[in-house]
Design a protein around this ligand. Structure first.
Ligand SMILES: [Zn+2]
Length: 210
């Protein structure tokens, strides 16, 4: 779990705030891995660790755009393989760039991602790999904060550098809502919540500079 200490050091771990998660539930903690990307050498180190459990088992690394692009390329670089990504299209993810399908077809593919919450994007990329004739050997992620399993993704193996579980509550049972704590609107899905509940009595706050 060294990764959590590193993330805390760069201020990517937030606690005692009021967040809205992708599930629609509310909770007090959040990890924002975007804050990691400017720290290139740390990212490169993480990518070496993403590759390690699957060393020698893959020919190509794939990831969902856009957050996964950096991870895919650096993981491929450290393992001497090809690195590509799937672009978002029509509610799914597609290998639409020249040469990308060829990098997957008939190849053993490792799928990487920064954060697993519901696993939706990774699941779509895995299915796209299979659709174009590649074999998913596994999924390697920086942080699994949704309790996502290999079974749920229909892949042989799932590894995470950190497993985190946040307590989450339905809005109707959220103590922070009852206490009218401001909701964070610029991380997680607070902006969606704001659009639906513009009159929330506790108001909204931003944690990042604009
Ligand atoms: Zn709440």
């Amino acid at each position: 779990m060294y990764i959590l200490a590193e993330l805390e050091k760069i201020g990517a771990v937030f606690t005692d705030k009021h967040f809205v998660y992708a599930s629609g539930k509310h909770g007090s903690a959040y990890i924002n891995l975007d804050l990691l990307f400017p720290h290139t050498q740390m990212v490169a180190k993480l990518c070496a660790d993403l590759a390690k459990p699957f060393a020698g088992e893959f020919d190509t690394v794939a990831a969902p755009a856009t957050g996964g692009i950096v991870l895919s390329v650096l993981t491929a670089n450290v393992s001497g393989t090809q690195g590509i990504w799937a672009d978002k299209a029509d509610g799914g993810f597609v290998f639409e760039r020249a040469g990308f399908v060829e990098a997957v077809r008939g190849k053993r593919v490792l799928v990487v991602e920064d954060l697993l919450t519901t696993g939706g994007s990774v699941d779509k990329v895995c299915r796209e790999v299979e659709k174009v004739g590649g074999t998913v050997v596994g999924v390697s992620v920086v942080c699994n904060r949704g309790g996502v399993t290999a079974e749920a993704l229909s892949v042989p193996r799932l590894t995470a550098l950190a497993e985190v579980r946040f307590s989450a509550y339905d809005p109707g049972e959220c103590i922070a809502c009852q206490q009218q704590q401001p909701i964070v609107e610029d991380m997680g899905h607070g902006d969606d919540y704001k659009a639906e509940h513009p009159d929330y009595a506790g108001g909204y706050e931003r944690l990042q500079a604009v």
